[in-house]
Write a protein that binds this ligand. Sequence first.
Ligand code: FAD
Length: 492
Amino acid sequence: MAAGTSSWLDNIAPEIASKLHSDGEAVARFATDYGGIISAAPPAAVLRPSSPEDIAALIRCANRADSPFSVAARGNGHSTHGQAFAPGGVAIDMAELRGVGKRIRVSAEESYVDAGGEQLWIDVLEETLRHGMSMRSWVDYLYLTVGGTLSNAGVGGMVFQHGPMVSSVLELDVITGKGEMVTCSPELHSDLFNGVLGGLGQLGVITRARISLRPTPAKVRWLRLFYTDFDSLTSDQEFLISLRDKIGFDYVEGQVLLNHQQVDDPNFFSIEEAERINQLTAEFNAMYLLEVAVFFDSTSLVDQKVEGLLQRLSFVPGFAFSKDVSHFEFLNRVYTEEEHRKSSMAVDPSKIRHPWLNLFVPKSRIRDFQTGAEGILQNINPTGVVLLYPMNRNRWNENMTVVVPDEEVFYSVEFLWTSTEEDWKNLEAGNNEILGFCHRQGVQAKQYLAHYKSRTDWMEHFGEVKWKRFMQLKQTYDPKALLSPEQHIFTN
Ligand code: FAD
């Protein structure tokens, strides 16, 4: 181990010490993340594990130390508020395990994939598609890790039908905060299984997830429909998510285009289409987009199905656009859009900040929420994407740690801002105003990817029953509160 490390690291078992890196360059990256807005001290060292056993050994050392030190797994560092930091402790560079053996295995006969917690979804998708299979539910962006996503929930446009990604998990290997390696499932150590899913890295490090698969149609018809009226958008979305499997679309999302925001996606729209849409946008202060998709093998059947569904929707006549793409192209669409956005930005990428706010808003208050939020945002004039789409609560497992509003249908509202070093604080202030609005108006929204700093806020977030259960699980599986300290749940 390199010189200059804290004294507590001197007592670490030699086989682990050789895998700890503490020079400035090694640790600096672990004090930054996708958000780019939180400054924290770097970890004292970074573990580059060669196997899950190394992680278990590290956590056992942390427990035995005179002054136990904190440990945080870092997936792909795509948190926005420092949730994977371990200031003064040890960060686990999960990416190291990606180079170790074959850690994505598909069983086509039993319809599941076993994927290491460190794996990126893009690699999991490529492997499952080789077997003609895919998962039921997907996040929008595939450059996230299995462990980092399942520690939250994993939401996207298939949740209304199949639940978040955590709902498709069959089994997990977890290294607890005591350094024990435990295999868990709904039948085996179910408390740990349910606790870890959506558990914000608090109970253990996920080193393997078994996730159910299904045969995948080769093609996707991908549609974008424009609305000038919020209520028409949401009533169409709610109608679509009420349809049974196979009858409706396989994917339903939506976007709010604020302040005459222009469409700029050459991968989807032709130049003429974009011009026509942007003329419409110029007339209205806010426009709305319904994004839907059908997965299919036979063109004639999909034509009929889409035609029938479109007749029942109230988008602006003439403003429905569609494209047939491969399954892979569809699931990887956000990466393609991101790359286009980055290449057309004049700002140095290292100076970009992402002060995001993700909320689950009950259906009964979505109209009030929209009015309040649009008013606040008009004064700020932010840049970025606002996603808005409904989900069915009965597709979420109440026993898992993840928290959703207490209403049968709720909306995922995602303010995905892009800002500069100079103006991210204005956007964060706008986010806080939106939260304040919800609080004052009694909109019982729940934050997704929450980043509270006080225990009182976390208790309110979880509610009495879940909080009590989560505390008991923490006491059992990470009694010294060593794991993922910068979630600030048990460490403030
Ligand atoms: P990290 O940021 O590295 O870690 C997140 C937390 O999980 C930390 O507390 C960390 O300690 C813990 N952790 C990491 N690995 C493990 C592990 N193996 N076991 C236990 N705990 C672990 N979310 C969605 O639901 N749907 C989306 O469509 C979506 N799209 C996104 C697009 C972008 C561009 C970005 C930046 C984020 C997006 N997110 C989305 C949010 C994303 O799911 C979370 O930020 C997630 O935590 C990021 O995964 P990561 O691998 O980078 O985790």
